[in-house]
Design a protein around this ligand. Structure first.
Ligand SMILES: [Zn+2]
Length: 76
């Protein structure tokens, strides 16, 4: 395998850990996902507050993961 092939197989198989916020949103029903997206877009909700609300609903998520996703820096 030459370097180009090695890089291309890394690219296909190694995306790193998936964003837990993206995974969470994918598992929510439509209304909950819309509510969460609205909260992300609303500057009055801190990521810590959103995290607390999600954990109160039984979701296991860290504010840091929410923040990364909110800033668009997550690995989709
Ligand atoms: Zn994400």
């Amino acid at each position: 395998m030459n370097l180009a092939e090695a890089l291309s197989s890394e690219f296909k198989t190694n995306y790193g850990p998936k964003c837990s916020t993206c995974v969470l949103i994918a598992g929510l029903d439509k209304d909950d996902a819309a509510a969460l997206e609205a909260a992300f877009a609303d500057g009055n909700f801190t990521s810590a507050a959103i995290g607390r609300a999600l954990r109160a609903q039984g979701h296991s998520i860290h504010a840091a993961a929410l923040m990364r996703h909110r800033k668009g820096e997550c690995s989709k």
